[in-house]
Design a protein around this ligand. Structure first.
Ligand code: SF4
Length: 143
């Protein structure tokens, strides 16, 4: 089965700080399934590295106050297209990200506090009824 995954969890340096958060459990999942990496923020045209962003109401603001909502929405739409055209049946996404977090995510205060919402891309998948796991839930994937 094909599974869409956050690129940073595969070890690709797509994070805002230019790093990654490689997850061995996810990479092991690749022995049973075809994993398709995507970074919605890069697909939305944002640079790497970039100023960190958080969801503030319905907007996505960077720590310096710039509104990046349009780029996040564009990236979510493109990543959703990739999910569809590649024939994926589920997604494994990075937790707490303003794009990929299925919830909770950081609350917009840039203080590390969490709020029970989803990131822009994760919300798009959830709204479409797609099964979304975060990296703490990989062991739940039994197929
Ligand atoms: S947008 Fe998603 S894939 Fe890209 S760096 Fe953030 S968490 Fe990783």
């Amino acid at each position: 089965m094909r599974i869409l995954v956050s690129a940073c969890l595969m070890g690709l340096c797509t994070r805002y700080d230019g790093g990654h958060c490689e997850n061995e459990e996810l990479i092991s999942l690749g022995t049973r399934h075809t994993l398709i990496p995507v970074c919605p923020e890069q697909l939305g045209g944002l640079p790497t590295p970039r100023v960190p962003c958080e969801r503030v109401g319905d907007a996505i603001l960077s720590k310096d106050g710039t509104d990046h909502t349009a780029a996040f929405e564009r990236g979510a739409a493109e990543a959703f297209k990739l999910y569809k055209i590649s024939g994926c049946a589920a997604a494994v996404l990075k937790a707490r990200s303003p794009s990929c977090g299925k919830g909770p995510i950081y609350d917009g205060s840039f203080t590390g506090k969490l709020t029970d919402r989803a990131g822009v891309f994760a919300q798009k998948l959830l709204d479409a009824g797609i099964q979304v796991y975060d990296e703490g839930e990989i062991s739940q994937i039994k197929y």
